[in-house]
Design a protein around this ligand. Sequence first.
Ligand SMILES: Cc1cc2nc3c(=O)[nH]c(=O)nc-3n(C[C@H](O)[C@H](O)[C@H](O)COP(=O)(O)OP(=O)(O)OC[C@H]3O[C@@H](n4cnc5c(N)ncnc54)[C@H](O)[C@@H]3O)c2cc1C
Length: 327
Amino acid sequence: MAEIAIIGAGQAGTLAAVGLMRAGHQVTLYSDRSADSILDETHPTGTDFVFGDSVAYERKHGVDTFEDRALPADGIHLYFSPKVGQELVQVSGLLDEGKGYAVDVRLKSKLRLDQLAAGGARVVIEEVSPGRVDEIAGMSDLTMVATGKGSLASMFERDPVRSVYETPQRYLGMVIVKSIPTDGSGFPNRLPGHTPVCFNFYGDIGEFFWVPYHHKTQGSCWNLVIEAKTGGPLDTFRDVTSAEQMLEAVRDIVSRYARWDWETMREMELVDDDPFCWLRGAVSPTVRKPVAHTESGRALWSLGDTSFAFDPIGGQGAGSGVRQAGY
Ligand SMILES: Cc1cc2nc3c(=O)[nH]c(=O)nc-3n(C[C@H](O)[C@H](O)[C@H](O)COP(=O)(O)OP(=O)(O)OC[C@H]3O[C@@H](n4cnc5c(N)ncnc54)[C@H](O)[C@@H]3O)c2cc1C
């Protein structure tokens, strides 16, 4: 039995922790927030839609996959326009490797932290500093850092060969909404009878998409993401400070640039009682070296966004983290 320390309680850290605990190791999970604080006092890291092959890793390691109750995405539909006003092509298809799910990561973290505590792992609520990582690594056979894009990620050297960009390529917005049908009747212009991930790509202004979502308290609803090219007509929400303002910005974008969906989305409202049901910000796509060393030379292994942050443009940061942690 090995002594394993994992720092960070997102998708990647908690999946690795539960999997290693169930494999018989003594796991200590360090989180800067308690399970309840993650659930009630944070924004989700992202939409976190994962495909069926990632869900299979979750199933394999014995965490809740939500397949019995979450709204699945069973297909993909894409409108592609090289420029605004030039609707060139639509692409659609059903997912043949099993359905995918976007489950509120705050709920996943909360349930997995509870599972770890009940299963005999140690859960330590502590914001871990670089100096403390050295101490933790000194007490452990293996130390994994899964603290996301910021924080301890800078201990891992940026890989200049694999990191193509120095700056964010889009400004991002996200909001979680209800009052869009979740029974397959909502998007008649796309895949009728299904609940696909609905993409809209514009070559000149950016991308935006709608994802079937399982919210932590409200269950089935939709998660809307905007990826704005800098200075373009989608780049309208840098200054928003509330969920209400983000919804207004998204509503304006849908009515102007996704008229094929506007009738369906006209009545959308914020999901209830969740002031954190939105996000805005930007990510510099970065790949880091997978191993780092503390000041005293102890080895660290990265997981999830600490290893590579490329989302949501790459579309599978969470999925990659799940596969990395779950392999
Ligand atoms: C708008 C948007 C949409 C996205 N959509 C998708 C999608 O559809 N599909 C997909 O696959 N990916 C998507 N992503 C990417 C996805 O959200 C991330 O890749 C994924 O959630 C990262 O998980 P993680 O566990 O690596 O890190 P995080 O979720 O960031 O978790 C890190 C944890 O570590 C904790 N922590 C941080 N510092 C410390 C410290 N010093 N000590 C202790 N704890 C610490 C944090 O509080 C947090 O709980 C999207 C991203 C965005 C921004």
